[in-house]
Write a protein of this length. Structure first.
Length: 323
C-alpha cells in the first residue's frame, strides 16, 4: 500500500495497481491530516477543525467518527489480512494512522532528492535522473493545495518549498550537462511563476547567455538589479555592483569573465567594477561555499525528519511488545 500527499491525499493499492476511490472530499481531508502526523495521534478537536473549520456542525464528534469508520473500512478492504489489526485506530483523545515511512510518497521524494544532491557535483547525469524520478511522484499541488485546515496547509507549504528546491537542483544538474537549450524555456516559465526566487533567475541568465540570447539575459539582469519593493531581502538590493556567476560552477563558452553590472556612474564605482580579479574570485568562492552549506543543511534536516519518523513508528511497537 502507498499513501499519497504529493497531490490530492490518496491511497494506492500495490497489489491491484489502482487508486482507492475515497467516498467524499471530507475523506481526503481526513486522510491528509492523518498522513501529515503519520504514526502520531491527532487529537479529535484538531481533526474536527481541519474538516469543518469554524463552521462546526452539531454533533461534530459523531460526524468525525463516521468519517473515520468509513476510511478504516476502506483500508481494511484493500488489506483484508489486517482486519484485526487495522491501520487507523483510536489512540488517547484522537486517532492515529499507522504506516511505514517508506509507504508515504513524500518520504520517497525526500530520499531520492537527498541522494541526488550528493551526486550533483560528481555525477550530474545520475543526479538528474533521480531528481526527475522524485519530481515524477507529484500529481498536483501537495495535499490538494492545503486549502482546508491548518495541518494540511502548513504541510503543503513545506512540501511545495521542497519541490521548488528540487527543481532548482534539477536545473543545476541540467546546466552542468550542457542542456541549457532544453531547460531555458522551463526556466522562463519558472521565473514568471516564482519571480522572487533568485536561483531560478541566475539559472535563466546563464541559460540565455549560453544560447547566445545576450539581450534577453541583460533584461533579466536588469530586473534583478531593480527588484520590486514587494520583494523583501532580494539579493543585490544593497550594493551598487552585482557579480553574476554560473550557479552550477561551470563557465559557459560565451562567458569569458564574470558579468559585472554597473548601477550608477558615481565616483568610486569604477574602483568597484575594475578592482582586482582576485576580489571577484573570492566573492564567487564565498558565495559557492554558502550555497554548499545551505544545501547540506537542508539535506541534514530532511534526513533528521526521516529518522524521527522511523523512531515514532518503532517506539509504539516496542511498547506494545513489552506490554
Amino acid at each position: 500500500m502507498q499513501f499519497r500527499v504529493l497531490g490530492p491525499p490518496g491511497i494506492y493499492d500495490d497489489v491491484t495497481q489502482r487508486s482507492v476511490q475515497l467516498t467524499s472530499p471530507k475523506q481526503r481531508v481526513l486522510l491528509g491530516a492523518l498522513l501529515v502526523r503519520l504514526g502520531t495521534p491527532v487529537p479529535t478537536d484538531e481533526l474536527i477543525y481541519e474538516l469543518w473549520g469554524s463552521r462546526t456542525p452539531d454533533k461534530a464528534g459523531n460526524a468525525l467518527q463516521a468519517h473515520v469508520s468509513r476510511l478504516r473500512q476502506q483500508l481494511i478492504e484493500v488489506e483484508p489480512s489486517r482486519a484485526n489489526t487495522p491501520r487507523l485506530v483510536v489512540r488517547g483523545p484522537g486517532y492515529v494512522l499507522q504506516a511505514r515511512p517508506d509507504e508515504l510518497d513524500s518520504v520517497q521524494f525526500r530520499l531520492q532528492v537527498t541522494r541526488a544532491r550528493r551526486l550533483v557535483g560528481s555525477d550530474p547525469q545520475s543526479a538528474a535522473l533521480l531528481l526527475r524520478k522524485a519530481l515524477g511522484l507529484w500529481r498536483g499541488p501537495a495535499l490538494d493545495g492545503g486549502a482546508h485546515g491548518p495541518l494540511c496547509s502548513a504541510a503543503a507549504e513545506r512540501l511545495e518549498e521542497e519541490r521548488l528546491l528540487a527543481l532548482e537542483d534539477l536545473c543545476d544538474a541540467s546546466l552542468r550537462l550542457g542542456q541549457h537549450r532544453q531547460v531555458v524555456h522551463q526556466l522562463e516559465e519558472l521565473v514568471v511563476a516564482h519571480p522572487f526566487r533568485q536561483r531560478f533567475r541566475d539559472q535563466l541568465v546563464v541559460s540565455l547567455q549560453r544560447c547566445g540570447r545576450q539581450s534577453e539575459a541583460r533584461a533579466v539582469r536588469e530586473a534583478v538589479r531593480r527588484p520590486s519593493a514587494a520583494e523583501p531581502g532580494s539579493p543585490g538590493r544593497a550594493g551598487n555592483v552585482r557579480i553574476l556567476r554560473d550557479p552550477c560552477g561551470v563557465r559557459p563558452a560565451t562567458l569569458d569573465q564574470p558579468v559585472v553590472e554597473r548601477t550608477a556612474e558615481r565616483p568610486g564605482d569604477a574602483d568597484l567594477v575594475d578592482g582586482p580579479r582576485t576580489q571577484g574570485h573570492e566573492l564567487l568562492r564565498l558565495r559557492g561555499r554558502v550555497e554548499e552549506l545551505m544545501s547540506q543543511q537542508h539535506a541534514l534536516r530532511l534526513e533528521l525528519e526521516r529518522l524521527m519518523a522511523l523512531v515514532e513508528e518503532r517506539v509504539p511497537a516496542r511498547r506494545r511488545d513489552s506490554a
